[in-house]
Ligand binder design. Structure first.
Ligand SMILES: [Cu+2]
Length: 95
């Protein structure tokens, strides 16, 4: 019984420490055309943490999907957008 409890608690700790993939929704000001979208997509795709990237000009939203166990920090996201010439309005993370 003691062994079972030990195994169960180990499993719980492992599950809690494994970082899941995240969806990061970034609201961006200044994107107006397909070239803006492509430029942003390219700079995000260069990041090893990014699994997928989608730019929606109408809603001004850039949606980045991260890989599991890697972090794409807010300051990195902000730098990618500002270096491309646009302004970050908001960053929302979804599990
Ligand atoms: Cu443009």
């Amino acid at each position: 019984m003691r062994n079972v409890l030990a195994i169960l608690s180990t499993l719980l700790v492992l599950a809690a420490s494994a970082a899941r993939a995240e969806t990061i929704v970034i609201t961006v000001n200044g994107m107006v055309c397909a070239f803006c979208a492509t430029g942003i997509e390219k700079s995000f795709k260069k990041q090893t943490a990014v699994a997928a990237i989608k730019v929606d000009l109408e809603s001004k939203k850039v949606t980045a999907q991260t890989k599991p166990d890697v972090l794409l920090a807010d300051d990195v996201v902000t730098k990618l957008i500002t270096d491309a010439g646009y302004a970050v309005v908001d960053i929302v993370r979804q599990p």
